[in-house]
Design a protein around this ligand. Structure first.
Ligand code: AMP
Ligand code: ZN
Length: 142
C-alpha cells in the first residue's frame, strides 16, 4: 500500500533497524521501544489485521518469532518477554499493517498492560461459545 509506513519499510523506501528478513517477512527494532530490544515482526505484504491475513502467511510471520525471541532475551538479559499484537485503533493499533511486538521484559521494568478482567453473568460464556462455533461453521484449518 502506497502510504503505509510499514510497506515503505518493506520496500526499503524508509530506513529501519532490520533484523531477520526473507521474501515474505521482515523484523526490525521498534523506533520507540517499551524496553530496549523491542522488536516488530510483520509480513512484507500489506494486510491490516489478523482478520485479513491468510493463515499460511501469518504462519510464516510466526515462524520468525522463536529465534528473534531467544536472541533478544540473550542480548538484553531479559527475564522474559511479551508477544503482543494490536488490531484496529480501538485495540491500540497505530500502524494499520499487521505486526507482532516482541517486548523483552524485566521484573523491575515497571511496565504493565493493566488488564481489567471480569467474569460472565450466568449462561453468557456458554452462549458465546455456541455463537462462535456456529459462526466458524465448517471451517477447518487447511
Ligand atoms: P501498534 O501500536 O501496535 O500499531 O504499533 C506500532 C509500532 O510501530 C509502535 O510501537 C511504534 O513505535 C512503531 N513504529 C512506528 N513507526 C516506526 C518506524 N518508522 N520504525 C520502527 N518502528 C516504528
Ligand atoms: Zn502496509
Amino acid at each position: 500500500m502506497r502510504d503505509c509506513v510499514f510497506c515503505k519499510i518493506a520496500r526499503g523506501e524508509i530506513p529501519a533497524s532490520k533484523l531477520l528478513e526473507n521474501n515474505e517477512v521482515l523484523s526490525f527494532l521498534d523506533i520507540n521501544p517499551v524496553n530496549p530490544g523491542h522488536i516488530l515482526v510483520m509480513p512484507k505484504k500489506h494486510y491490516e489485521t489478523v482478520m485479513d491475513i491468510p493463515e499460511k502467511e501469518l504462519g510464516r510471520v510466526m515462524e520468525m518469532v522463536p529465534a528473534l525471541s531467544r536472541a533478544v532475551v540473550k542480548v538484553t538479559r531479559a527475564e522474559g518477554l511479551n508477544l503482543f499484537q494490536t488490531n484496529r485503533a480501538c485495540a491500540g493499533q497505530t500502524i494499520p499493517h499487521v505486526h507482532f511486538h516482541i517486548i523483552p521484559r524485566h521484573s523491575t521494568d515497571g511496565f504493565s498492560f493493566g488488564w481489567r478482567q471480569g467474569n460472565y453473568p450466568e449462561g453468557e460464556m456458554e452462549r458465546l461459545r455456541k455463537d462462535i462455533i456456529k459462526t466458524l461453521g465448517d471451517y477447518r484449518l487447511r
